[in-house]
Design a protein around this ligand. Structure first.
Ligand SMILES: O=C1O[C@H](COP(=O)(O)O)[C@@H](O)[C@H](O)[C@H]1O
Length: 271
């Protein structure tokens, strides 16, 4: 029996013990950002209802920052806001190894877009170190960040509960700062230093796959036609994380591909 493409993907994920990816397509990038913002607020509120706190891993990038701006819009609408931002732990999926005041910092973009307007307390903002933070090398910064994650973990584990982990994706399929064909793909540490990135700036710190794939839910946010081929390949059975790192990410309970129509344009051919 030949299964339709979507069923083949579901069958493969089931064999691998991973959740079947959920694909949502919005008409354009603006509506995608609004829809993700609404869903993120609901997910964090639900986590707080159960655990008292919520935790999220942020991404940089165009659509990732747009989502945070739309969440900030919701913060300004008290009737719709259901998240206690003083009880949200914020972590990052990757960061650029540049000084703290450099506009390339993912942290700076997130602070401007959401964390400052929402009033997330300093002790809950777990930024990856900047290059001028006192660490000689990005490897030292990566080791320190792994320690911070472990310190927040229950029962001596290496990672805290992460309710939602947000990822952007590059046109070549990189996620966080894990680029195709690089040592970070097979690194088993929770946090890694990354050098010689094909996309500037060349030096970064990134969560590794063991940390990303330990999150409860992983949401991949992708917009624009330049990324359509990589979206289709990532959702095609047999694509390896070394070829296309986005193909290797999943949540423990859910993996959600949140796309605009341009990014989803080549999905019909997946198999
Ligand atoms: O370098 C990075 O790129 C990705 C994707 O960014 P985008 O602007 O193409 O959406 C981003 O997710 C990652 O955090 C960032 O460091």
């Amino acid at each position: 029996m030949t299964l339709p493409p979507g069923d083949r993907i579901a069958a493969r994920r089931a064999e691998e013990g991973r959740p079947v990816p959920d694909v949502v397509v919005e008409p354009d990038a603006d509506r995608l950002a609004r829809a993700v913002a609404t869903a993120l607020v609901a997910r964090l509120a639900a986590a707080q209802a159960v655990h008292g706190t919520a935790s999220v891993v942020l991404t940089g990038g165009g659509i990732g920052t747009a989502v945070l701006e739309r969440v900030a819009d919701l913060v300004r609408e008290p009737a719709r806001e259901r998240v206690d931002w003083t009880a949200v732990d914020v972590w990052w999926g990757d960061e650029r190894w540049v000084p703290a005041d450099d506009d390339e910092r993912n942290e700076l973009g997130a602070r401007r877009a959401l964390l400052d307007p929402a009033g997330v307390p300093a002790e809950r903002v777990h930024a990856m170190p900047a290059s001028d933070a006192g660490f000689a090398e990005p490897e030292d910064a990566a080791a320190w960040y792994a320690e911070q994650l472990a310190a927040a973990a229950p029962d001596g584990g290496s990672l805290p509960r992460i309710d939602v982990l947000l990822l952007g994706m590059g046109p070549e399929g990189h996620v966080a700062s894990i680029f195709p064909g690089t040592p970070a793909v097979s690194d088993e540490r929770t946090v890694v230093a990354v050098r010689d990135c094909p996309k500037p700036p060349p030096t970064r710190v990134s969560l590794g796959f063991p940390a990303i794939n330990a999150a409860e839910e992983v949401w991949l946010l992708v917009s624009g036609s330049a990324k359509a081929p990589a979206v289709a390949r990532a959702l095609t059975a047999g694509t390896t994380p070394d070829e296309l790192p986005a193909a290797g990410v999943h949540g423990r309970r859910a993996t959600r591909w949140l796309l605009d129509a341009e990014a989803a344009a080549e999905l019909d051919g997946r198999s």
